[in-house]
Design a protein. Structure first.
Length: 173
């Protein structure tokens, strides 16, 4: 059986019950359900021990994935995640507005109705000039929100080398 031990930073508190790992830090709390991931998890005071059920290549790969997810949770509650997207418009001036848990992309290629992208989880989306900034403590939620915004502005049935309008991810931190 393959094993991996993850040290928990001092300023974080962790709790594991019913196959759900809760991590609390200075920026907030995130949780992840590990019931579908085939890894044995045991939590001590400042260590998390992960063990695969066998030494098969796929089981060891799943073990590494679970370890990466936990480390990303630690980074999220200490530093947070920020994705920056750039608004590119050559044909029509695009305006983006945040309304509740949705991002409305208005006047995209002169369309009358706004294109709508959903905000996932507890992400904050702000628009500064021609930049859209997505911030949050969960890497999965921030990445999915940025992908939703990017996908809402996909141009179909046109040459993408000529029609470059859209919202594109340019920085992750």
């Amino acid at each position: 059986m393959a094993e991996q031990i993850i040290q928990v930073p001092e300023n974080l508190s962790i709790k594991f019950e019913n196959n759900i790992l809760y991590v609390r830090g200075p920026l907030g709390q995130v949780s992840k359900d590990f019931s579908k991931i085939k890894v044995n998890i045991s939590v001590n005071s400042n260590k998390i021990k992960l063990a695969s059920y066998s030494d098969k290549r796929k089981d060891v790969a799943v073990l590494g994935t679970a370890a990466s997810i936990i480390k990303n949770m630690f980074v999220g509650v200490t530093r947070g995640y920020t994705y920056k997207l750039k608004i590119v418009s050559a044909h029509f001036p695009v305006s983006i507005k945040v309304k509740g848990k949705e991002v409305h992309i208005e006047n995209f290629y002169g369309e009358k109705h706004p294109r709508i992208a959903k905000i996932v989880g507890n992400c904050q989306v702000t628009v500064e000039g021609d930049d859209v900034i997505v911030k949050g403590i969960s890497k999965e939620d921030v990445g999915q929100t940025a992908a939703n915004i990017e996908k809402a502005t996909v141009v179909k049935r046109k040459d993408q080398r000529v029609f470059l309008d859209g919202v594109y991810l340019y920085e992750r931190s």
